[in-house]
Ligand binder design. Structure first.
Ligand code: ADP
Ligand code: MG
Length: 619
């Protein structure tokens, strides 16, 4: 019996192990775990400290690195050596960011090429991967310090719109920080997981995740079916967030205090101090009606409704993005079941109201919006650690599993979203006379042609005794056990041959791979149907040609010279049609050939019958 052991779910670790979840944010980053005793996700923090680590990296003159809250103050005093928003540079070339170059107060190297950007600090150059790795390293160190155990494995979240290069860059940053990145998970997926959405595998839900952070706004529409998260659409603004709200307050105070522009250009630290005060004011106004403070001789005062007026245009912009996302998702607004609020800026009451009004529903905001993504990453990490065996991603197959059949077509045995454990068997036969072996190629994916899917394994069932084509009965079975391990076996039923080939287990695929494969299957669905029809027509045509040829060889006496020529012409026409991309033409030529050969079959039958009557064997 040929067996293949494949962990199709995750390449999941079976032993209990602490795997951390990390939200690597543009403004703030956090690390979380599922508590081994309470089984609840928690963000890690030192006693009395904050769980939030600002994504800021300061390099001193000796290139020593300081990350987090401590690096914050250098934004003002040493901007050239203080890196913020490194995430914006991930997987980007200078050309990609040149329109926003003024945003970065540190030195981003302009090489005017498509190669990946570098940042220069002192005499050294750093890639965005290096920079992100410093933040990840800091989170790893903190986690190790708090947990008092080495931390080497992590799940890291990224925005849903991150492309392959950006996801790979994030993985590489993890590796550089000494972390084995088991999965890259979409931020909105993580946030949904934190709310327990998708844990009930029978649920089908559409979720909107509204994420307003420090410098970016993302809206993602997700569909959860049987515990599988599918990104229907994303939209947003990569330069819109809490920082803009701070700036709106700064501008208001500058106007109120009649600070002139020369003061502002000469006194840079005044602007920075105003910014810090403005952020303080903004946060304060999320739970109070007015803010008052002094800065030297300046009076800094703002009322909540004034603040709300100032930011209303910005909030409206986010709602416009939501409208586009709903449209792109191809759904009606009413179809959205749940709205999840993510990001520190969603604490602002008028943001909540605007979102709730637009979607015409209460929003989910009971979990701390700064922490919700990290908490979801921790839940995902816990599943991968094998601590939560009955959980969604192991409950069902994320992608279809099948075999390659004639013409490179995918024959699905276990459709995607099938419950596991599950077992399916199907019979196949040979195409050629005396065919002694059969190749079993196992694929995963949703496309009609195996070449577009992912090959998991392949083996040959050998030792099939010589039989005419179509006679052997090869039963192929797919069995997925409760751990998500796929075993493929093949057995020829007439002779009883089976084979025992062990194929090394293959590692699983990431969420993003699954998402990509699903999206591709949707975008290519039309093409795939057409291709499948063409391949099937060709296969049929080839079979008819081969049967006709065999018949003519055996039964020369039954066919006249003219018929022979006519048949040969029809065969040639079909042969030619097979080389073209037109399935209708192939069908026409098959029909034409059938039309000519139909009487032959009747004659052969008559001959056989009369032969039988005269006592001869028909074989
Ligand atoms: P990111 O995901 O981009 O790293 P976060 O989700 O951590 O960012 O959001 C950071 C932003 O949230 C900052 O602009 C911060 O000022 C803002 N913020 C945090 N708390 C509040 C609050 N109570 N009210 C308003 N804004 C807040
Ligand atoms: Mg975030």
């Amino acid at each position: 019996m040929a067996k293949i052991a494949i962990n199709i779910a995750t390449g999941s670790l079976q032993q209990a192990e602490m795997i951390v979840g990390i939200d690597l944010g543009t403004t703030n980053s956090l690390v979380a775990i599922v508590h081994p005793e309470t089984k609840q996700p928690i963000c890690l923090k030192e006693h009395n400290a904050n769980s939030i680590v600002p994504s800021i990296i300061y390099f001193d003159e000796n290139n020593n690195v300081i990350v987090g809250e401590e690096a914050h103050k250098y934004l003002e005093t040493n901007p050239a050596n203080t890196i913020f928003s490194a995430k914006r540079l991930m997987g980007k070339s200078y050309n990609d960011i040149k329109n926003n170059a003024s945003f970065f107060s540190y030195k981003v190297i302009d090489d005017s090429t498509e190669s990946l950007v570098k940042v220069q600090v002192n005499n050294k150059f750093y890639s965005p991967i290096d920079l992100s790795s410093f933040i990840l390293k800091e989170l790893k160190n903190r986690a190790e310090h708090i947990l008092k155990t080495p931390v080497t494995k992590a799940v890291i979240t990224v925005p849903a719109y991150f492309n392959d290069a950006q996801r790979q860059a994030t993985r590489d940053a993890g590796k550089l920080a000494g972390l084995d990145v088991l999965r890259i998970v979409n931020e909105p997926t993580a946030a949904s997981l934190a709310y327990g959405l998708g844990t009930n595998t029978t649920d089908e839900k559409i979720i909107a995740v509204y994420d307003l952070g420090g410098g970016t706004f993302d809206i993602s529409i997700l569909k959860i079916t049987n515990g599988i998260f599918e990104v229907l659409s994303t939209n947003g603004d990569t330069y819109l967030g809490g920082d803009d709200f701070d700036k709106a307050i700064v501008d208001y105070w500058i106007e109120e205090n009649k600070i002139d522009s020369t003061t502002l250009t000469t006194n840079k630290s005044l602007v920075q101090s105003l910014r810090l005060k403005a952020e303080e004011a903004k946060k304060y106004l999320s739970s109070s009606n007015e803010f008052f403070s002094r800065l030297n001789e300046l009076t800094l005062f703002i009322k909540k409704d004034k603040f709300e007026n100032l930011i209303q245009p910005l909030i409206n912009k986010t709602i416009d993005c939501c409208k586009l996302a709903v449209k792109d998702a191809g759904i009606d607004l009413q179809e959205i079941d749940t709205i999840v609020m993510v990001g520190g800026s969603t604490r602002i009451p008028s943001v909540k109201t605007a979102v709730s009004n637009y979607f015409n529903k209460e929003v989910f905001d009971s979990i701390n919006p700064d922490e919700v993504v990290a908490l979801g990453a921790a839940i995902q990490a816990d599943i991968l650690a094998g601590n939560n065996k009955n959980f969604l991603l192991l409950d069902i197959t994320p992608l279809s599993l099948g075999l390659e059949t004639m013409g490179g077509l995918m024959d699905v045995l276990i459709p995607r979203n099938s419950k596991i454990p599950s077992k399916v068997s199907r019979q196949y036969t040979t195409q050629k006379d005396a065919q002694g072996s059969m190749r079993i190629s196992v694929f995963q994916g949703e496309r009609d042609l195996v070449k577009d899917n992912r090959k998991l394994a392949e083996f040959n069932l050998t030792g099939i005794p010589g039989m005419p084509a179509g006679m052997p009965k090869v039963e192929v079975s797919f069995l997925i056990n409760a751990d998500g391990i796929l075993t493929v076996s093949a057995k020829e039923l007439r002779s009883g041959v089976e084979q025992s080939i062990e194929v090394k287990p293959q590692y699983g695929i990431t969420d993003s791979d699954v998402e990509k494969m699903l999206l591709e299957s949707i975008t290519h669905a039309k093409d795939d149907i057409a291709t499948r029809a063409l391949v099937e027509a060709r296969t049929e045509g080839e079979q008819i040609l081969s049967v006709t040829e065999k018949f003519l060889q055996k039964n020369t006496t039954l066919v006249s010279q003219d018929e022979m020529i006519e048949t040969a012409q029809a065969m040639q026409a079909l042969q030619l049609a097979l080389t073209m991309e037109d399935k209708n033409l192939i069908h026409t030529k098959i029909e034409a050939l059938n039309e000519i050969t139909r009487p032959f079959a009747e004659r052969a039958m008559d001959a056989a019958v009369s032969g039988a009557l005269s006592g001869k064997s028909i074989l």
